[in-house]
Design a protein around this ligand. Structure first.
Ligand SMILES: Cc1ncc(COP(=O)(O)O)c(C=O)c1O
Length: 426
């Protein structure tokens, strides 16, 4: 926080707050005139002032505020360790690099990944030198609820992706992982606050990865977090995040290396193959304030999701909707839908209509990643196990539009009315 000072400082602070408040975009929604974007402003004076304070202090490289954010996050989520990084992709990369370098099972390199996910769930496994295996998702929740049919003696890990705020069936997956001695890396980048049987996703596996990029539930501008369930793994992630040096890891971990290498300056003692994936201190500054908004944002997203779903349910002969499933507590990300194969119109017609009416859309994440150019070019290193029928349907027929903490009744009414106008044509 800004330190308390004399009345001059207090006055400056007040003026600064007002300055920021007046300049943050705050447009009144006018149906048919205002855009419904994928994301809207989600941070305020507190985040900006905290970041400004870090800049003015010149302490902008990762330090106390990042550590505070990690601590608050671990407490809020319910995980043992949290290691912040500069993106959700970096959070995944750290877990994948751990998998590549640390388990004592070199003959096992296959990592089971849903075919439908964001590009970097797959590309981080490729870049880490692992062998990705793509598996189809369920048309019930856009997730993989069982990897059993894809497990072989070469399976090293499973990567459940909690897509669009849904939860994978973690009861099944954790049992399957135990039975096959596979590690579990949860990609919860789109699922801040989602729960499976009351437990927050990202806390089931050995690693849980989150994104705080602008479009997500919470934002540190860009940013990510890897949760780790073991002390040893957290120490390694902290080293790999920052050049491979030991100095950010726990005392016990550090001491071993320092005693073995007394001739090396302990500040520049490198124990692991590292990168620089550190967040700046501004990420910590944003994160500690964003986290205070989490419950409110999640509650608002849930209301928006439920109200839109009620209005779209009469049209489920045209589109699949993805409602909250038994056992899960949905923390909606965007609003996904998939046109049924028998729908009398193409996805492009619906997307164009929505865009013409100022509702921003995207295809449903990366679609079937096996069909993306980077994966086609790496076909000799990526396997597909079983049919990818559902991922294919979603690839051609899936779309999303934005819902977020600002999706109020006026916007919901407008969105529903635009969809009704489109569907009435058919
Ligand atoms: C499922 C999933 N995984 C990983 C990522 C990567 O996160 P980031 O954009 O912070 O790198 C995203 C981001 O959109 C995502 O949706």
């Amino acid at each position: 926080m800004i330190p308390p000072g004399g009345s001059k400082l207090a006055g400056d602070l007040l003026a600064m707050r007002e300055f920021i408040r007046a300049r943050l975009p705050r447009e009144e929604f006018v149906p048919g005139k205002s855009k419904i974007p994928l994301q809207e402003v989600m941070f305020g004076e507190e985040e900006i002032l905290e970041a400004l304070n870090s800049m003015l202090s010149t302490q902008v490289v990762m330090e106390k505020k990042v550590a505070e954010f990690e601590q608050c996050w671990a407490q809020w989520l319910g995980c043992r360790h949290a290691v912040a990084s500069n993106s959700g992709t970096s959070a995944l990369l750290l877990a994948m690099l751990w998998l590549k370098y640390h388990p004592a099972t070199p003959q096992r390199e296959e990592v089971l990944i849903p075919a439908l996910t964001w590009s970097t769930t797959l590309s981080t496994a490729l870049i880490a030198g692992l062998k990705p295996v793509l598996v189809d998702v369920s048309l019930k929740n856009l997730c993989v609820d069982s990897f059993a049919h894809a497990v072989t003696p070469s399976t090293l890990a499973m990567v459940p992706v909690h897509l669009m705020g849904h939860s994978c069936n973690m009861t099944n997956l954790m049992r399957e992982a135990r039975e096959s001695s596979a590690w579990v890396i949860e990609d919860a980048c789109e699922a801040v606050g989602t729960r499976w049987n009351q437990q927050r996703v990202g806390t089931f596996g050995q690693f849980g990865c989150f994104s705080f990029m602008f479009a997500h539930h919470l934002s540190t501008m860009e940013g990510g977090m890897t949760c780790a369930s073991s002390d040893a793994a957290a120490d390694v992630l902290k080293a790999m995040r920052a050049h491979g040096w030991v100095r950010d890891s726990s005392v016990g971990f550090r001491k071993g290396y320092e005693e073995r290498y007394p001739e090396i300056d302990k500040r520049f003692l490198f124990c692991d193959p590292g990168l620089n994936l550190r967040p700046t201190e501004l990420v910590g500054a944003f994160g500690i304030h964003q986290l205070k908004r989490a419950e409110e944002y999640i509650a608002k997203r849930r209301v928006a999701f439920q109200r839109i779903t009620e209005r779209l349910r009469p049209f489920t002969h045209f589109v699949h909707l993805f409602e909250e499933q038994p056992g899960e507590f949905l923390s909606p990300f965007s609003y996904p839908m998939v046109l049924r194969e028998e729908a009398p119109f193409k996805r492009a017609a619906l997307m164009n209509f929505l865009e013409e009416n100022l509702i921003e859309t995207r295809m449903l994440v990366g679609g079937n990643l096996a069909r993306q150019p980077f994966a086609e070019e790496a076909r000799d290193r990526i396997q597909v196990r079983g049919s990818l029928k559902n991922a294919d349907l979603i690839h051609t027929n899936g779309l999303v539009f934005g819902i977020n903490q600002s999706t109020d009744d006026a916007k919901i009414g407008y969105i529903a009315e635009v969809f009704q106008r489109f569907f009435k044509r058919w």
